[in-house]
Design a protein around this ligand. Structure first.
Ligand SMILES: Cc1cc2nc3c(=O)[nH]c(=O)nc-3n(C[C@H](O)[C@H](O)[C@H](O)COP(=O)(O)OP(=O)(O)OC[C@H]3O[C@@H](n4cnc5c(N)ncnc54)[C@H](O)[C@@H]3O)c2cc1C
Length: 351
């Protein structure tokens, strides 16, 4: 049976970054991604300036241009008061995420990461002597192999070992493309009575209007999701700039609730890691999910490499790194230092 150092399940930014970095460190890596090339849904996302530095670090600074990213110019913001126009941070951009993800996976293949796609992990068995025995199903065969470390990078789907805690209210994102409108800035953020709206457009492309609401407000008996989306969107001032909806594309719903997965780094089992959104999904209003996912992939590559190189010190190391990352990440999510520290102590007690 073939053996690799690390098997990463999920080929979004977190999984791709971890696989790329591990390959650079000389580790044998395979990556299992469930979607076909080009079959991934296409989302327009706004990237924070740090993404460019992270890609540069991986020697992939040029990929944003190849993915057709456009520099974000300004944000028009209305958060309960009058409209404010804010200049974009230098280096921020808007990008088609599926295009960026494809390019990162192509780069991983070019750096000797073995990518199985479309493929899913069919079975995983932790071995008494350490590591995993895995079975991965591709279109035409089942591949069995061993991996010292198994990584869940499956995003919100969270395919492996879920122990989730919500970090805020439930949130559903409904988005649809609009044509013919003209936004006054490259991005709009507007708060409404029971939700908020994010709209962005790129030259020669549609405007994407994304509504964030409590799922209970748009589900249940009565009219369908699309009808409720269009009804809601008329309540926002942004509606005046949207043009006409592209009814052929339909309305897409995505869960956007922020959560932490307590299994994201278990000091007693350093042979299993959860990275990116599979471990911690931020509220999308931060617009920093991709940067956080890349960061988590890069850091976890170091964790995995340490676990493989010096297993004896790994347990202590992962525990400290876990606490440190939690503190940093929860800074953004929780109020005062006391509440945050109490939560970290609670989580460490659970781990
Ligand atoms: C509505 C919404 C809007 C957002 N807007 C922004 C934004 O503007 N800017 C920003 O920076 N972030 C934004 N985010 C967050 C951002 O999308 C995520 O943080 C980021 O994609 C996380 O990357 P990831 O690699 O962890 O997971 P993902 O990007 O979700 O990648 C997971 C990968 O795993 C694959 N997969 C899933 N299940 C399996 C399985 N069982 N087997 C194999 N493969 C599997 C998927 O196909 C996918 O390729 C937004 C999120 C939401 C929900």
């Amino acid at each position: 049976m073939e053996a690799v150092d690390v098997c990463v399940v999920g080929g979004g930014p977190a999984g791709a970054a971890m696989a790329l970095r591990l390959a650079e460190l000389g580790r044998s890596v395979c990556l299992v991604e469930k979607t076909f090339h080009a079959a991934k849904p296409s989302y327009l996302e706004s990237l924070t300036p740090g993404v460019l530095a992270q890609l540069d670090y991986l020697g992939l600074g040029g990929v944003l241009a190849v993915a057709g990213a456009r520099a974000a110019s300004k944000t028009e913001l209305r958060w309960g008061g009058p409209w404010e126009r804010r200049p974009a941070a230098a280096g921020g951009c808007l990008v088609n995420r599926s295009r960026l993800d494809e390019i990162l996976l192509d780069a991983a293949v070019a750096r000797s990461v073995r990518v199985f796609r479309p493929a899913t992990l069919l079975a995983r068995d932790r071995q008494d002597e350490g590591g995993w025995s895995l079975a991965c199903g591709t279109q035409d065969k089942i591949i069995r192999f061993r991996a010292a470390i198994l990584v869940d990078a499956t995003g919100r789907a969270g395919a492996v070992l879920k122990r989730r805690r919500r970090l805020g209210a439930r949130l559903l994102a409904l988005s649809a493309p609009w044509r013919g409108g003209a936004l006054p800035a490259s991005m709009i953020v507007e708060a409404g009575v029971a939700g908020w709206l994010w709209a962005a457009s790129v030259p020669n492309g549609p405007t994407i209007a994304q509504l964030f609401v409590d799922p209970r407000d748009v589900t249940g008996p009565g009219s369908g999701l699309a009808e409720r989306y269009f009804k809601r969107i008329c309540e926002f001032e942004t509606f005046q700039w949207l043009g006409a909806p592209d009814l052929t594309a339909g309305v897409v719903a995505r869960d956007a609730t922020a959560f932490l997965d307590l299994a994201c780094a278990d000091p007693d089992h350093p042979d299993a890691l959860k990275i990116g959104d599979a471990g911690l999904a931020l509220d999308p209003i931060s617009s920093s999910g991709v940067q956080a996912a890349l960061q988590s992939g890069l850091q976890s590559a170091i964790v995995a490499n340490t676990v493989l190189t010096r297993p004896a010190t790994a347990r202590c190391w992962t525990r400290r790194a876990y606490a440190r990352s939690l503190r940093a990440l929860l800074d953004a999510e929780m109020g005062g230092d006391d509440a945050r520290d109490e939560f970290v102590v609670f989580l460490l007690g659970q781990a």
